[in-house]
Design a binder for this molecule. Structure first.
Ligand SMILES: [Zn+2]
Length: 239
């Protein structure tokens, strides 16, 4: 349930997606990259939640991008996001948290392996998954997890519709051989299909507006059960 970090690039400059999460983790990441002869040339944050917008001076000062709607939220919620980081993983340089530049483009501009962007709402505004076609890796952000239920952005106008659209966009990416969720295990192509089906089924059941459970809740943390109950209540309507 920690936050996945993905690095792309064979030598020289590399792309760093969602570096996370503790001060020690980021220090170890910087050391490991150095040992591999890599230095961050560009950063990407999949979405504007606190555990996906952290950075460290040890990673240098490359452009750090996110989708425009994600950057807008990171800016309007800056103080709250930094407070979450301060409380949850103390010791980070908070001035680097959420320092993102809006990128409205089909691919991340850099000279390493092609990194296609799949931007949608649903979990958070401007959620940007990254597909690396050379390796068939889909960096799914907080979607397609084997451990987390779909977590909806319930302040949006159409949370279910947004989430469905997001899943449909991810499902239509051709050539996915590995899926990397922000929290959970890496899965192969058939596991990717299983997770898409499980998440569509969760949304369909949620829309019925009746209490239900999901296998991922059984061993999940208390906060996830609470969030699930809130999502159920949201669609239950007046009794
Ligand atoms: Zn998130």
């Amino acid at each position: 349930m920690t936050t996945s970090t993905v690095v792309a690039g064979a030598s020289g400059g590399c792309l760093v997606i969602d570096p996370a999460v503790t001060v020690a983790d980021l220090a170890a990441l910087a050391t490991e990259l150095g040992e591999l002869g890599l230095r961050p040339a560009v950063g990407w944050s999949t979405h504007p939640h606190w555990d996906h917008v952290i950075w460290s001076a040890a990673l240098g000062n490359p452009p750090r991008y996110a989708a425009p709607a994600a950057v807008t939220l990171a800016e309007t919620e800056r103080d709250a996001i930094r407070e979450w980081v301060r409380k949850s993983v103390p010791g980070h340089d908070l001035s680097l948290v959420g320092q993102l530049t809006a990128l409205d483009a089909p691919v991340i501009p850099w000279d390493g392996p092609q990194a296609r962007l799949i931007v949608h709402d649903g979990h958070a505004p401007g959620h940007g998954a990254v597909f690396l076609p050379d390796s068939g890796v889909l960096v799914a952000g907080d979607m397609c997890s084997d451990l987390e239920i779909p977590l909806l952005d319930t302040v949006a106008d159409d949370p279910l519709g947004d989430y469905r659209t997001g899943l449909e966009r991810l499902a239509s990416v051709p050539g996915v051989r590995q899926v990397v969720p922000g929290h959970g295990h890496v899965g192969d192509a058939s596991e990717f299909q299983r997770r898409l089906a499980a998440d569509f089924a969760y949304l369909d059941t949620l829309a019925l507006g009746k209490p239900f459970s999901d296998p991922r809740l059984e061993d999940g943390p208390d906060w996830m059960r609470t969030t699930h109950e809130e999502q159920v209540r949201y669609y239950q309507g007046p009794a």
